[in-house]
Design a protein around this ligand. Sequence first.
Ligand SMILES: [Zn+2]
Length: 427
Amino acid sequence: MALQKVIMKRAFAEILLVLALVGAAAFGWLNLQKGNLANNNVAALETKVKATEHLLRQSVEEAEVGDLALDLMSEELVELRTKALQLDAVKAALANGPLLQDVELFYKLQKGLSVERQLGLGALRLLTKGGDDPGVTEAFQKALQMADWNGRKNTICAAQIGLAAAGGNVKVMSECALQPPNAQGASDAAPGGAHGNAHDKAAASAHAGPHWGYEGTMGPERWGSEFPTCGKGKSQAPLNIKGPFVKGRISVAADYKAGPLRMINNGHTVQVNVASGSKLRIDGVPYDLLQYHFHRPSEEQIDGKPMAMVIHFVHKSAAGKLAVLGVLLKEGNENPGIKTLWNYAPTAEGPEVAPEEVVFNPTHLLPKEFDFFSYEGSLTTPPCTEGVRFFILKTPVNVSREQVIGFPFKRNARPVQPLNDRVITVG
Ligand SMILES: [Zn+2]
């Protein structure tokens, strides 16, 4: 019974999110048009209402019919559909005081409110309490900035444009002003070239060059069609790390230095570019630390299980050999190093940022123990070049749930690859 209630509440919350966003869009558009609606806007609204209905039907099937709240929503939705093209009807459906209070209470009981739900709640508040309260507007704006752009981009943009038109005090993000940008060219794929490439990215995205992402038609299972090594390589990374292991004799030591913080959101990850001077010594051979970046969840699995996140420290030797040190992040206490980084990490794709006078030492992100698993692998992003040595530290470091949620990518991890005839060593 309790479980059923939870499922019902979840479905209910999702419906509210969509409903709120639909309402927001309708509100704004209607205001914008001042009763002089263009036909295509009417059609767009109808499509959105239909999508909401579809979601409701699915949720009802999942959550078992008969719950009072769902019935209530169902009735309201029918009403909403018939009156969706009238501003007053949309506002009235959402301006139900007890409904909003219920939702707020439900959200308060949830630990670690997801960005989507913050967004839904923000939109709902904005609609019911109006855009005059700067606190409400600001909270909504913040939720928008943190929203999952991959999953709900179109809906969010519609709501954003709508709300901006309605109140004028909601900024439309550049992602919405233009058509949604697709994933850009290689980034993490070019560990050396990633430096200073930021200004080339706009040009790279302007022509129809190779592109890739983590879902849909550009997802990892399709990478091989444009980047053959991703599909045909026999030493691909990441791996599911499980025994039997071979005892290794490699020595690894990090000698990282503090330096000015330079960060970029390249559309695939948040990456910190590192000035020269930080090194990883592998059997005494120095490898320069070029950059480090994050994946959520961890790309590597331990006995079939990913962790909350992983940091990949990418190094290159004078001979051009690449080595990646992986630090797994496990959900727990707040990580002070990541707290600093997240303060400056751009939430949307764009050029490198270099906050003035901020110095950071990547040593703060490493565990004390340096035992590791090691294997030959590849870049985990196109073009999936092989010949990369991986060292995955056995000891994870903590990251809080809020920090995981604060990472601007909901999922940017390539699935694990076949081991083939490789061995995993322990050191
Ligand atoms: Zn990586």
